[in-house]
Design a protein around this ligand. Sequence first.
Ligand SMILES: Nc1nc2c(c(=O)[nH]1)N[C@H]1C(S)=C(S)[C@@H](COP(=O)(O)O)O[C@H]1N2
Ligand SMILES: [Mo]
Length: 214
Amino acid sequence: MKTLFFLVIFASIIICGCIGNEVIELDGVEIREYEGEDLSSINDLRDVSISGPQEIEINDYFLEVFGLVETPKKYTYEEVLENQKYSKVVELQCVMGWDAKVLWEGILVKDLLYDAIPSSEANTVIFHASDGYTTSFPLDYITENDILMAYKVNNVTLTDSAGFPFTLVAEQKWGYKWIKWITKIELSDNSEYEGYWESRGYSNSGDLEDSYYD
Ligand SMILES: Nc1nc2c(c(=O)[nH]1)N[C@H]1C(S)=C(S)[C@@H](COP(=O)(O)O)O[C@H]1N2
Ligand SMILES: [Mo]
C-alpha cells in the first residue's frame, strides 16, 4: 500500500514536470502613467547613437563579465533574466537638451558583478556595447546606487532603438553614460579609463549636477 502511494506521487511529479506549465510572459502594452505620475513614451527616447540602432540576434547573444574577476562569466539573455527583477522610474537627460522619464525594468548590475567575484584591486566598471561604444563608472557608484541594467521600458521589451537587449539606467548621470546594446562588463583598476564621448571631451564622472564638458 505504502509502495503504491509513493508510486502515484512519483508518477504525478514526472507527469507534471513533463507538461511543464511554465508561464511564458508576453509583452504588455506601453504604459504612460505609473503611480499617478505621467511618463514619457518609449518613442521619446531619441536615438542619437554613434552608428544608429543595433540589431542584436538574441540567439547568438552573450553578456560577458570579465577582467579583474575571480570567475569570468558568459550569460545568455535568458540567464541574465533569471536574476531578481526590479523596476524604477528614472529620467534620462541628454546633453543636447531633451529628456524622457520612463519606467525601467531590469536587474541589478551588482548581482552580475558579485557572481563573477571582483578582485580586490577592481575599482572601475567598463561597459562595452555592440557598436563599439564604451563608458565607465567607479565600482562604488554601481553597487551603492543599485544601478539597473534594463530589458524593458514602460512595460514593453526594449526596441532596437532603445538598446535591446540591455541598456544601462545610469541615474544621476548624463545620457551618454546610459550605454545601450551592452555586450560586455569589464572590471578594471583603471579609474582614468575614458569611454567614447569621455575621450572626446565629455566629463568622465558624467554627473548631472556638473557641467558635462570638462
Ligand atoms: N551603445 C551606445 N549607447 C549609447 C549611445 C551610443 O552611441 N551607443 N549614445 C548615448 C547617448 S549620447 C544618449 S543621450 C542615450 C540615448 O538613449 P535613448 O536612445 O534610450 O534615448 O544613449 C546613450 N547610449
Ligand atoms: Mo546624449
